[in-house]
Ligand binder design. Structure first.
Ligand code: MG
Length: 248
């Protein structure tokens, strides 16, 4: 069932989203060669608590950290730890916050130092794909309009969208209906209505869309070892333009 949000609920979702956006802005300043993914996690966790929020990912199905840090060929759900970032890496940071029981969820892939032309292109295309999807998030459209727009944009740029993980409704749970795939056909799926809040989150691979879960049971990597990027916003469908809740 898709739950449309009341004005009161939207005010909490806005604050959860704002906290997530601020945390990502602060994390970006700390990304440099030599920093460990564990240090980024610790900073993010403390930031969320100081903001009056709770780290949504911590303990979620047993996840052991407050952010996901996925480097290079890692797609999503990388576990922060002792890994030191190196010049030329890309790192996807996914962060969720709970504020007064309501969730915010966003992700950005950041460059570490100087990155290759291929990596730069992947980041540009994935970020643009997110906004190509958001533009479709208007009342009267269907979920498939978002999916098809993202897939067409990514594939027309020579990259591939991950199938095994999808966007989702957001509210008092981190993952609500509807599912929001990054692939599909226009004109199909649930119709979008004002008050619908969802996370749109293209995961884009340079090579095959196929992915593999590592033995740690969390880290998802590309099957062919190619680079992967991930951009995500939580957005609100309105009577007019979509409102991006995880942007400052
Ligand atoms: Mg998400």
């Amino acid at each position: 069932m898709i739950v449309l949000k009341s004005a009161r609920e939207i005010s909490y979702l806005r604050e959860a989203g704002r906290i997530v956006a601020l945390a990502l802005q602060e994390l970006e300043k700390r990304i440099r060669p030599g920093v460990t993914t564990g240090e980024l996690n610790q900073f993010a966790e403390e930031f969320l608590y100081r903001a009056g929020a709770f780290p949504a990912f911590l303990g979620y199905h047993g996840f052991p950290a407050s952010i996901c840090t996925s480097v290079n060929n890692e797609v999503v759900h990388g576990i922060p730890g002792l890994r030191k970032l190196e010049n030329g890496d890309i790192i996807s940071i996914d962060i969720g916050a709970v504020y007064h029981e309501y969730y915010g969820d966003a992700a950005i892939t950041f460059p570490v130092g100087d990155i290759s032309a291929e990596a730069r292109s992947l980041l540009d295309v994935t970020k643009k794909a997110l906004f190509v999807g958001i533009v479709q998030a208007v009342a009267g459209n269907r979920v498939g309009d978002i999916s098809a727009a993202v897939q067409n944009f990514v594939e027309s740029n020579g990259f591939h969208v991950v199938r095994d993980f999808v966007g989702h409704g957001v509210g008092r749970s981190m993952h609500e209906e509807p599912q929001v795939p990054n692939f599909g056909k226009p004109g199909v799926g649930p119709r979008l209505q004002p008050g619908l809040v969802m996370a749109i989150e293209p995961m884009v691979n340079v090579g095959t869309f196929e992915v593999v879960v590592m033995p740690d049971r969390w880290t998802v990597v590309t099957k062919d070892g190619s680079l992967s990027a991930h951009f995500e916003h939580t957005i609100l469908v309105t009577e007019g333009e979509p409102e991006i809740l995880t942007r400052i």
